[in-house]
Design a protein around this ligand. Structure first.
Ligand SMILES: [Zn+2]
Ligand SMILES: [Zn+2]
Length: 752
């Protein structure tokens, strides 16, 4: 009896119904998977979904990551492993706050016109809406992740794990509060890590001013009001007659001042005149000198980039408006020596808004990256976080699939600096620390160069939010107003999610052994652009907290570009919307086109023509199945038998394809696996073998064997293609064999 498949494959008729069947089967949850049918051990295979940000709809880069991870998960599942792909969403503190503030701006308001609570609530609602949209998008891409374990980075169970880590690090002496100069964005009103800034070459004016008997150079006249130290190299013979500590009376911007001579080796004798005045509150090098030499540190510019009262008549002006006026005033006083108009230098910018970074002194929490420490619980000596991560690569407990990225990773580790983990933003996990209210009120918070809360000892870590009196004076306390850098929580994702999952299960009386079963995870698949932001932090924090690697392999995909290899951006109008493409060509076409263009770590040019081409491939597969189904009874247990040379060749080629695809998938060569499947299906199976069978089928003796072989090959092709094109393969499978058995959990092909 033959079967009639519909004439053509219309993806829209199948995709959502199939996804619903998969989800309803419960097999996305590895605890429900049937015992390994193929005799495989059923060992766990875990992937964490790399946290789509809760602030924007899915883009084509997400589509690529989701496709790669789904392929790896489906492949593992079909090989009998307990495959867990755990989905989650990141609150993405700074990123989300930036997006949400832009939205507020459009609506004619800003966060500075709202209370913190109002802002948080509005942002929460905004995020829930986006989270829902992005989860729907993930489903449409066919992602076989376990929604029963879906988690959000602000879920209380995650926050608890994050807090415990902070508390432990504080007890181990790895966390300190530093009153150091930081990268301050005047627009976003927060400090930023070095990684969150970018550099741009600019040609600007460089000014030479007369400062008493010296000529000093600066690109930033607006910072010079408070300058009262003049620094030179101790070996500079030009200034040998000046001695350390000498005082000089001189005329400066707003009148007479007294300058003190400082001799310091930090000065570059070759730069400018070899003499400089310093502005410790607004320059990292100057700050370092002032700290070391215990010099006065005075703020000149406020956190919004306006001049403070020290600027006299210029008070309240924006620095860029004031600059030329200050130079004019100095010129009128005869203090301008000369101006270089073509000074080329690198300026540091906020990576989000592109505004100039203003170095400011803001107390921040830092994590020590390079200090070894004694574990406060076990009393054991442990290497620094950096050394733990480097050792993980040395021992190959963590392997970065592309060698190029391992080198970059090591280079970055060698140059790592302490990590500032506090952000002056509202959207995020509050830092669980209390300060004595009294000592804070007596010292204006964030005043440059002042240490907070000395009167009543150190700030207290309070992860349960229980402390309301100061242990020192018995007075009130106030909570730290800052939040954690998002990467401090997402850096804990692989273990935090599983620990949180256990906490949720335990709370409702279910057995809770997710962490024990599914950690460490097997693969971390993400874009190379967040290798340091995320991957490196996960490695360090995981060893710190669990003594285990977070994952065995790091597989970094490239960035998706347009067909001309240009970065996709709204302003260029070359953005491919994955859901729009899916509507037109189907999910499988998009997935296969993405994988077809991928080589690990290289950027991916994606053209719509390619997606269209893959829709043809899905149709080709459908037509092959339709042709075979029309020939006779489907034989699920078809065993191949070679009766003709054509049979012989195709079965050999199928075996070779099974070996190649399996091997390539095991080694993350997804595009090569896809290529060999495409070639085999279209050129060997359809073009050659199916054509050859048209004569074989006329012979009544070999007819049944031939049908049997056609089914055997088709079944294997469907299985091999399933991880790549899950919808069309599942659709054909159920047309052929009914809806009871899902292709998704069929055993992976083996050679015969
Ligand atoms: Zn900014
Ligand atoms: Zn106190």
């Amino acid at each position: 009896m033959s079967k009639d498949l519909p004439k053509s494959y219309n993806h829209a008729d199948y995709e959502s119904a199939i996804y619903t069947r998969w989800e309803a089967s419960g097999f996305f949850d590895p605890d429900n998977l049937p015992a390994a049918e193929a005799g495989l051990p059923g060992e766990p295979f875990t992937i964490m979904l790399p946290l789509p940000n809760a602030n924007a709809p899915l883009h084509v880069g997400h589509a690529l990551g989701l496709t790669v991870q789904d392929i790896l998960t489906r492949f593992a599942r079909m090989r009998g492993r307990r495959a867990l792909w755990l989905p989650g969403t990141d609150h993405a503190g700074f990123e989300t706050q930036v997006v949400f503030e832009k939205k507020l701006e459009k609506e004619g308001t800003s966060r500075f016109k709202m209370t913190r609570e109002e802002f948080y609530k509005a942002c929460w609602n905004f995020v829930q809406e986006n989270k829902h949209l992005s989860e729907q998008g993930i489903r449409r891409l066919g992602a076989s992740c376990d929604w029963s374990r879906n988690i959000f980075s602000l879920d209380p169970e995650i926050v608890k794990v994050v807090y415990e880590t902070f508390k432990k690090m504080h007890a181990d002496g790895l966390i300190y509060r530093g009153n150091r100069i930081c990268n301050w964005c005047p627009k976003h009103q927060t400090g930023l890590a070095d990684l969150e800034t970018k550099y741009e070459e600019r040609i600007e004016q460089f000014y030479y001013f007369k400062y008493g008997p010296f000529v000093i150079g600066t690109s930033r006249p607006e910072t010079k009001f408070g300058d009262k130290y003049v620094v030179m190299h101790p070996d500079d013979k030009r200034y040998a007659k000046y001695k350390e500590g000498d005082k000089l009376n001189l005329e400066w911007i707003n009148g007479p001042t007294v300058a003190t001579i400082i001799k310091d080796k930090a000065v570059d004798m070759e730069f400018g005149t070899g003499v400089m005045t310093i502005t410790p509150a607004h320059d990292a090098v100057d700050f370092e000198i002032a700290e070391r030499r215990k010099l006065d540190i005075e703020e000149v510019i406020d956190k919004r980039g306006k001049l403070l009262p020290i600027a006299g008549e210029f008070v309240g002006q924006k620095i860029m408006d004031a600059r030329s006026l200050i130079v004019e005033k100095l010129r009128a006083k005869g203090l301008v020596d000369h101006i270089d108009d073509k000074y080329t230098h690198n300026v540091q910018l906020c990576y989000k808004c592109g505004n100039l970074i203003e170095p400011q002194i803001v107390p921040q929490w830092y994590i020590k990256m390079t200090a070894s420490f004694t574990d406060n619980e076990t009393k054991q000596e442990r290497p620094s976080l950096r050394d733990m991560a480097v050792a993980a690569l040395d021992t190959k407990e963590v392997e970065i699939v592309t060698e190029k990225f391992e080198k970059i990773f090591r280079h970055w580790m060698a140059n790592i600096r302490d990590w500032p983990i506090s952000r002056q933003i509202w959207w995020g996990i509050p830092i669980p620390v209390k300060y004595c209210k009294q000592s804070l009120e007596s010292l204006p918070r964030r005043q440059a160069g002042k240490v907070e809360s000395q009167a009543c000892g150190q700030p207290v870590v309070d992860i349960e939010n229980k402390i309301d009196t100061c242990v020192g004076c018995g007075g009130g306390v106030i909570a730290d107003p800052d939040t954690f850098d998002t990467w401090f929580s997402s850096g804990q994702w692989p273990y935090a999610t599983l620990m949180a999952s256990d906490a949720k299960k335990a709370a409702v009386g279910q057995p809770a052994n997710d962490f024990a079963t599914y950690f460490p995870t097997q693969v971390m698949e993400t874009g190379w652009d967040i290798l340091f932001f995320w991957v490196a932090r996960m490695v360090m924090l995981s060893y710190y907290r669990t003594n285990k690697p977070p994952f065995a392999k790091v597989f970094l995909h490239g960035l998706v570009r347009d067909k001309d290899r240009q970065k996709m951006s709204k302003s260029k109008g070359n953005v491919i919307d994955p859901l729009g493409v899916i509507d037109m060509y189907g999910t499988d076409a998009l997935r296969f086109a993405l994988i077809f263009s991928t080589a690990a770590g290289n950027d991916i040019p994606l053209a719509e023509d390619k997606i269209k081409g893959m829709k043809h491939f899905a149709n080709k597969l459908w037509n092959i199945a339709r042709y075979i189904a029309a020939l006779g009874e489907p034989l699920t247990t078809a065993v191949p038998e070679a009766k003709t040379p054509a049979d012989q060749i195709i079965l050999e080629k199928l075996n070779a394809t099974i070996i190649a695809v399996t091997n390539n998938l095991e080694n993350f060569r997804l595009h090569e696996a896809a290529q060999s499947l495409y070639d085999f299906t279209w050129h060997e199976f359809a073009d050659i073998y199916i054509e050859a069978t048209k004569t074989q089928l006329l012979n009544s003796e070999s007819k049944n064997f031939t049908i049997q072989n056609l089914y055997y090959i088709l079944n294997n092709v469907l299985k091999l293609l399933h991880p790549f094109m899950p919808f069309v393969t599942e659709a054909i499978w159920s047309e052929l064999y009914g809806q009871e058995k899902l292709l998704m959990v069929e055993p992976w092909p083996v050679t015969k």
